[in-house]
Ligand binder design. Structure first.
Ligand code: PPS
Length: 432
């Protein structure tokens, strides 16, 4: 009897152990499904299992030698600011223009290594405006330099150029009522090749890339194909301004940087009142026809960009881009308050954050620090995040000059002298 009872007890124990085991297994499966449900079947595109982790293991060393060709009106200032801050955090030398070149490398002249301030050589990084010259850049930069650049849809870019350089580019100044429509109806009536700053009025991208902006792909298709080949040979990544966050994801992967390294504040944006809300289709077509070389470059590199995104896994790139946007919102809120409003220069009290205004008709927006924030590492990081190009270039030059000489006193950030007039483009007499 006792033996029967003992066996009964044992089998009950076995049963409950099996039940517990089954229960545990069941729970784990359900929890796994809940946890990864979105990665399995119902959101397969958004959360694929195959996305590489944000931080590689073992980590690939961050790439430190970068030359960014800062093309005009393409979100280049925002990319430049990312690179400047990275360089500072890693104690890298940034090539900066000699003061006689202003804050650009004597643009629109072809780049020469002579334009680089001696206190900023040999550099790890370069990100100021220049007209591309491969041999001269290779003479200056380390052999393992990664070259990157950015393009923007030519109609949007041209609308921005027309508004920003309206007072400086004679071709634009000739147009009655500063009308973009009038210019694009008959560009040849206003445009004179070879005159001062003509490159802002015709195929600016091609010119910045070192090409001949007067060539037309309609008459000479081989020229465009050759220019594309040259760009492909040198640049490891051509970013696209319309897909800025996706571009940064590709950039940070190329350079083995963290997502935090490419956080940014949007710089150099015009106020809504200074821009066309939408570019009418006919105007966009005319802008693309007039800038046919730029349109050809953009179409080609936009297509290669998306092929590259597809190779990296589109869903993974989108997921990272979304993480970047969320982290960026958190950072902007922390730096500039709950509503990180872009504001006109007149409303920015912090001198170092006032962006240059190209004319009374165009408002370039910026950020301001909340009052009473005081000094400190967070304030300094926020200040740099929103610092316009000229103030940041001047600050970096002073800092690097000092590093080359006396090392003891750190460069003050918050109380540096007011910036010199920005983009000291020569004033052109009315009616030229
Ligand atoms: N993150 C991001 N995404 C998309 N677009 C952006 C971004 N950052 C800047 N911008 C827009 O880029 C224009 C300014 O370009 P640049 O800084 O290259 O101008 S400049 O040549 O250095 O003066 C300017 O365009 P417009 O406002 O149309 O003039 C900015 O609004």
């Amino acid at each position: 009897m006792a033996a029967i009872l003992q066996r009964l007890q044992q089998s009950t124990k076995m049963m409950s152990r099996r039940k517990i085991l089954l229960l545990v297994l069941g729970c784990s499966t359900v929890s796994l499904l809940i946890h990864q449900g979105s990665q399995l079947s119902w959101y397969p595109k958004l959360f694929p299992l195959s996305c590489p982790p944000l931080r590689e293991s073992p980590p690939r060393a961050k790439h430190m030698a970068v030359a960014f060709l800062k093309t005009h009106k393409t979100a280049g200032t925002t990319v430049q600011n990312i690179l400047f801050r990275f360089a500072e955090r890693h104690n890298l030398t940034v090539a900066l223009p000699h003061p006689s070149c202003e804050h650009q490398f004597c643009y629109p002249r072809n780049f020469s290594a002579h334009f680089v301030h001696p206190a900023t050589r040999p550099p790890h990084m370069l990100a100021s405006h220049l007209r591309f010259d491969r041999a001269e850049l290779e003479r200056l930069m380390p052999p393992d330099t990664i070259y990157v650049t950015i393009l923007r849809e030519p109609a949007a870019m041209f609308e921005s150029l027309f508004s920003y350089y309206n007072q400086y580019c004679p071709a634009f100044r000739r147009v009655p009522n500063a009308s973009l429509e009038a210019f694009l109806r008959a560009p040849e009536a206003y445009y004179r090749p070879g005159e001062h700053f003509a490159m802002f009025a015709h195929n600016t991208l091609a010119y910045d890339l070192g090409g001949d902006n007067e060539r037309s792909p309609r008459d000479d298709a081989a020229y465009l194909a050759g220019l594309i080949r040259q760009v492909e040979e040198v640049f490891s990544l051509v970013m696209i301004a319309e897909y800025f966050d996706e571009s940064l994801v590709l950039l940070r992967r190329l350079l083995a940087w963290d997502l935090d390294d490419v956080l940014y504040a949007k710089l150099n944006a015009r106020a809504a009142t200074s821009r066309l809300a939408t570019i009418p289709e006919a105007l966009a077509r005319a802008a693309r026809t007039w800038n046919a070389l730029d349109a050809g470059l953009y179409d080609h590199f936009n297509a290669t960009f998306w092929r590259r995104v597809a190779r990296a896994g589109r869903a993974c790139v989108e997921r990272e881009a979304r993480e970047l946007r969320e982290a960026r919102q958190r950072l902007l809120r922390r730096c500039f308050g709950d509503e990180p409003v872009l504001r006109p220069a007149a409303q920015i009290r912090t001198k170092q954050l006032q962006p240059w205004q190209p004319s009374r008709k165009v408002d370039i927006m910026g950020y301001d620090l909340p009052s009473g924030g005081g000094a400190g590492p967070t304030t300094e990081a926020c200040l740099k995040l929103a610092m316009p190009e000229v103030q940041y270039s001047n600050y970096l030059l002073r800092k690097q000059k000092r590093r080359g000489g006396v090392r003891s006193r750190p460069e003050p950030v918050l109380d540096n002298p007011p910036p010199r007039p920005i983009r000291a483009l020569p004033r052109i007499p009315q009616g030229t």
